[in-house]
Design a binder for this molecule. Structure first.
Ligand code: AMP
Length: 378
């Protein structure tokens, strides 16, 4: 079987690695050059894109910002999974909010802004603390602005004055005082079967994910069921096939959907060694029409992103239960270079192992590690 993935980054690479034992060959499309490349070496496979699409059993994406002309070409083959509408929902916060509202899925109170004057209205309706998000092409905290005091509104308007808000509206949200950030990774196949993983707890710094812990601590059955129900509602409503990530805010015992990612997701990387079946394998199983794999967690796990740094001691592998996943990219500030998964038998043990890990890493690049290790050690 063969799957063609739009995007040639680390997610395509990890799909390739997961597909290999199943006899599923994964090819990647570099969407900047429309070339078909090997997902690990990134070298050209010397196959015209059209031929690769013809020969593939399924087409999928590793990121939602694939040029629309390519997505439309892929959709015409009827082999694109998830479907084009689901991918476009992930690429456009206005579409995303409309979908959530149409399905009555709880999300952050918001307004769509196409003219700067509407911001005054946002302050009167949503309050003084706002987060403004570009509806397209924003990710990892880019394309976002915050208002914490209305006296800053004129300066904010000035900063935004160069944007064409009619072309790319802003989604303006009330700043939510959430208790924590969680995500649910789930998978659905064309037969409508669904499996969801245990909730992961995600720690961000400057808008980027740094550490995930899964299963998240202090999750009772009701909270997991609430997340599962949100997933089922969304995945069924979108007629979704593949892995879908739902980013959530927990406020008391309620979950609000922050964002959807129509693909395998960074907060699901822990499943590579922390769950019976990884998100990458389950995504391939879903798009290839194979039975879905067990999503049970093996034990408490953490995923630690390596961001903007490439010098650390490989001796970290001396920690039992640790695995390094390196993406082979050149280093750049804030760039995700790789991640470390650690799977253990208990949360205190996970805390001990994260503390041990901190001895091998330049901590200025891992601002959440010690704090999380300390919390888990208890
Ligand atoms: P996003 O790109 O929407 O995932 O936002 C990046 C990060 O900003 C999130 O992970 C949160 O930490 C924070 N954030 C986003 N939206 C809100 C909100 N409405 N209220 C408070 N914090 C938010």
């Amino acid at each position: 079987m063969r799957v063609v993935v739009y995007g040639a980054g680390q997610l395509a690479q990890m799909m390739y690695l997961a597909g290999s034992p199943l006899g599923i060959d994964v090819q990647a499309v570099d969407v900047n050059s429309d070339t078909v490349v090997h997902p690990v070496s990134k070298t050209s496979l010397d196959i015209p894109l059209e031929q690769a699409l013809d020969e593939a059993d399924a087409l999928t994406v590793e990121f939602e910002h694939v040029p629309e002309r390519l997505l439309e070409e892929a959709a015409r083959t009827t082999k694109l999974m998830p479907n084009i509408d689901s991918i476009l929902v992930g690429a456009d916060r206005v579409r995303e909010k409309k979908l959530l509202e149409s399905m009555s899925v709880a999300n952050c109170e918001h307004k769509i802004v196409t003219h700067l004057e509407q911001l005054d209205d946002c302050v009167s309706v949503l309050g003084n603390r706002l987060i403004l998000k570009a509806s397209r092409d924003g990710y990892d905290g880019y394309g976002q602005w915050r208002l914490t005091d209305p006296v800053d509104l004129p300066a904010l308007k000035k900063a935004l004055s160069g944007l064409d808000l009619e072309a790319v509206p802003l989604v303006v949200e009330k700043m939510v005082a959430f208790d924590r950030e969680l995500s649910l990774i789930g998978v659905r196949n064309a037969k409508g079967e669904v499996r969801t993983y245990p909730l992961a707890e995600n720690l961000h710094h400057q808008g980027q994910l740094h550490v995930s812990v899964a299963p998240a601590t202090h999750v009772d059955e009701a909270l997991q069921a609430q997340a599962h129900d949100i997933f089922v509602k969304l995945a069924e409503g979108m007629n979704y096939v593949g892995v879908l990530a739902v980013e959530l805010f927990q406020v008391g015992d309620k979950l609000l959907v922050n964002e959807l990612a129509p693909r395998v997701h960074n907060s699901g990387h822990w499943t590579q060694s922390g769950a019976v079946t990884s998100q990458f394998e389950n995504h391939l199983r879903a798009v290839c029409g194979l039975p879905l794999g067990d999503t049970t967690a093996i034990g408490p796990s953490a995923m630690v992103n390596i961001i903007g740094c490439n010098s650390f001691s490989r001796e970290l592998l001396s920690i039992d239960g640790s695995h390094l996943h390196w993406y082979g990219k050149s280093v750049r500030e804030k760039r995700k270079m790789g991640h470390i998964n650690v799977t253990t038998n208990s949360y205190p043990e996970l805390g001990e192992k994260l503390m041990a890990l901190s001895n091998f890493l330049p901590l200025e690049y891992f601002p959440k590690l010690i704090e999380e290790a300390t919390r888990l050690k208890g």
